[in-house]
Design a protein around this ligand. Structure first.
Ligand code: ADE
Length: 234
């Protein structure tokens, strides 16, 4: 998978991209990530990328020319042009199903918004898939882009090593359920013991216990995930 990130703050990315799982995926050639500075497409001596909003109001708006031209150039530089995403609090909300869908693309092009937003003509010209990571406002799309990359890359075959491990993640099944409680050594800590069933070696029994845990946790913490779902009543 190839991912291009278009941002005004490219310096935010190397630290994140250099961390273990991502670095390994990049080094193994499973994903390639390129970060582009939108300012390189700005015109004029001052390379201005933002301006005051028409109609007044606080803050600055990203001008359309550098964003549109950066996207067009970057998309033309590779094959396929890729699935274009604009990170924005106005977008559809990211969840594991959306992540799975995004992971199905060969190439993603992520545009990070900044300031009070981007000029509406960017959206009308490019028709991006607008994606929000939640109902809160970040200072820009960069952290949201990292969230998308982080969630998508772990679904790329080979990245996790153990192919099973993302199937057991929270939210990955149907209905989406939270994960069961995990335990490791020691068997007893501050008087609290690991549940006996996990020490039996009886794998069908363990699987049953974990399934019950998933349902029970989801019911008590995130009943919204079970709404309109008949499987959970069984
Ligand atoms: N940019 C600012 N807030 C955002 C959010 N919640 N999701 C995606 N991009 C954003």
């Amino acid at each position: 998978m190839r991912i291009d990130v278009l941002t005004l703050f490219p310096e935010m990315f190397p630290g994140y991209l250099g961390q273990s799982l991502l670095k390994r995926a990049i080094d193994a050639g499973l994903v390639s990530i390129e970060v582009h500075n939108i300012r390189d497409w700005a015109r004029g001596k001052h390379q201005q990328v933002d301006d005051r909003p028409f109609g007044g109001g606080p803050g600055m708006v990203l001008r359309p020319e550098p964003v549109v031209e950066c996207v067009e150039d970057v998309q033309q530089r590779g094959e396929p042009a890729g699935h274009l995403i604009l990170l924005s609090p106005q977008g559809r909300r990211l969840d594991q199903r959306a992540v799975e869908q995004l992971a199905g693309h060969e190439r993603l092009v992520l545009v990070c918004g900044r300031y009070e937003g981007v000029d509406q003509r960017v959206i009308e010209i490019l028709r991006p898939d607008e994606v929000s990571i939640g109902d809160f406002v970040l200072n820009g799309g960069e952290v949201a882009a990292m969230v998308v990359i982080d969630a998508v890359v772990r679904l790329v075959p080979g990245v996790l090593g153990d192919e099973q491990s993302n199937k057991e993640d929270s939210f990955s099944g149907e209905p989406p359920l939270l994960e069961f409680a995990q335990y490791t050594r020691p068997r007893e800590y501050r008087g609290m013991k690991v549940p006996d069933v996990l020490l039996t070696g009886n794998h069908p029994e363990i699987a049953r216990w974990r399934d019950e845990q998933k349902l029970e946790r989801t019911r008590s913490r995130r009943a919204d995930l079970l709404q309109d779902d008949d499987a959970s009543k069984d």
